[in-house]
Design a protein around this ligand. Structure first.
Ligand code: NAP
Length: 416
């Protein structure tokens, strides 16, 4: 495909599909969207670290051919005010793996949110948030070490489907009449009304993905988070559909918590993943008091939104929490925080969230050596208390450095 503003690197090779097993060439074209606000600072810093790690790990045999694509304010400047140009979607569909910085939601620009648009248009149905404690990171917990959880959040339905009717509108009154007169529902006059659709289709494809991930990474359990005791036909159905996938499609590799005690005396047999479920409210307490009991967690959209930020807070906050939005044909890794506009171009903020999202991307590509190098160097840098302002203000005896200096410190540790 011909592009207007996007320059396809001539020395790069295209990743043609996400079909498993992934076939990644040695010089893959990977896309990046710089992002608004602090995006430029954290992307510049992270690109240096990713490139250094790949060079160190593979001595030039493998090299990423980066291709910039545009969204947000940078796109608006290049494409006559268009914050989300069509060719950005075209490139994402053609080159399949990319990473993005945070994007401002233009006020009155016609989009609810650029991020939501990307997820919906590209059907990025799984939101992944690995949440792991790194020694030295300031945490409000007494014992954060055991926190190592990957949240699979459903990304396309639930109350995010946007089916809502404001009180006092004709649509609301029509729906209210239908619910009262034809369905026998009872609720207060003048209520705002929202619909929460949850399907077997969307739930099951997410559960398949979570189980494949858990198997490949040799994780021990998959916990289904739901509020099925109250919302039986949405959240309760989510729970049931998840169990159905485990039972019907992964029987050989899974065991339920009940079976674990009935048949195996509480010890999962080698190679089997334990499937359990927990109610959405109590899981927050368990995550704080018994985090070691959780490994992979699968959640509907809204629960996952709450849980992933709460979990991130346990291990250092959204400034370092990585993320990805993944579908069957496109993977988009991303910083999970926003554009923090007051810090724009100050070379000040923590690049951790974007940096670790890139580590996750390298892991998905099977470039484990490069990913591991970054993690080790990141841990060594933290151990020396060399950190950006956000951590420095929470640590005694820290050396506060700029975004770019933090990246340099990691690269030094990688090479030293
Ligand atoms: P935010 O940009 O995440 O910033 C809130 C605060 O979080 C910052 O003031 C800063 O705290 C801290 N923070 C964020 N990123 C950090 C980093 N890398 N290092 C250190 N500290 C960091 O949230 P917001 O102010 O609510 O949103 C601003 C804009 O971002 C909005 O336009 C919103 O729509 C957009 N947004 C985009 C995404 C996305 O693209 N995925 C996500 C969320 C929000 P201190 O003030 O304490 O230093």
């Amino acid at each position: 495909m011909a592009y207007h503003k996007i320059v396809v690197p001539p020395d790069g090779e295209k990743i043609t599909s996400l079909a498993q097993p992934l076939n990644i060439p040695d010089h893959p074209i990977l896309m990046f969207i710089e992002g608004d606000g602090i995006g430029r600072d954290i992307m510049t810093a992270s690109l240096r670290v990713w490139n250094a790690a790949v060079e160190k790990a593979y001595g030039g045999k493998r090299k990423i051919a980066w291709m910039e694509i545009y969204a947000g304010e940078k796109a608006a400047k290049l494409y006559d005010g268009n914050y989300m140009p069509q060719e950005t979607f075209d490139a994402l569909r053609e080159f399949v793996i990319g990473i993005k910085g945070p994007l401002t939601t233009p006020v009155g620009g016609g989009f609810r949110s650029l991020n939501v648009t990307l997820r919906q248009v590209l059907d990025l149905y799984a939101c992944l948030r690995p949440v792991k404690y790194y020694p030295g990171v300031p945490s409000p917990m007494r014992d954060p070490e055991p926190v190592d959880v990957t949240v699979f959040r459903e990304n396309t339905e639930d109350v995010y489907a946007g089916i809502e009717y404001a009180a006092g509108t004709a649509e609301n009154e029509k729906l209210a009449r239908f619910l009262r007169e034809e369905m026998g529902a009872k609720f207060f006059e003048g209520s705002g009304l929202g619909i929460k659709p949850m399907s077997a289709f969307a739930t099951k494809r997410l559960m398949r993905f979570a189980l494949r991930y858990a198997l490949e990474r040799k994780r021990k359990s998959v916990t289904i988070m739901h509020k099925g005791n109250i919302q039986k036909y949405t959240e309760g159905a989510f729970r049931n559909w998840c169990y159905e996938v485990a039972r019907e499609e992964f029987a050989e590799y899974t065991v339920t918590e009940d079976e674990l005690w009935e048949k195996y005396n509480g010890q999962a047999p080698e190679g089997k993943i334990v499937i359990k479920d927990r109610i959405a409210d109590i899981i927050f307490q368990h995550m704080l008091l018994r985090p070691a009991e959780f490994d992979v967690v699968i959640t509907p959209n809204l629960n996952g939104d709450y849980l992933s930020d709460a979990l991130a807070a346990q291990v250092g906050g959204v400034g370092i929490a990585p993320g990805a939005n993944i579908g069957d044909s496109v993977m988009l890794f991303e910083a999970t925080h926003g554009t923090a506009p007051k810090y724009t171009d100050q070379d000040k903020v923590n690049p951790g969230s974007l940096l670790l999202s890139g580590v996750m991307m390298l892991e998905f590509m099977g470039w484990w050596e490069a990913a591991q190098l970054i993690i080790q160097a990141y841990e060594r840098t933290l151990a020396q208390k060399v950190v950006t302002y956000d951590f420095a203000r929470l640590m005694d005896g820290a050396t506060e450095v700029k975004t770019s200096e933090f990246a340099s410190a990691i690269i030094q540790h990688m090479n030293g």
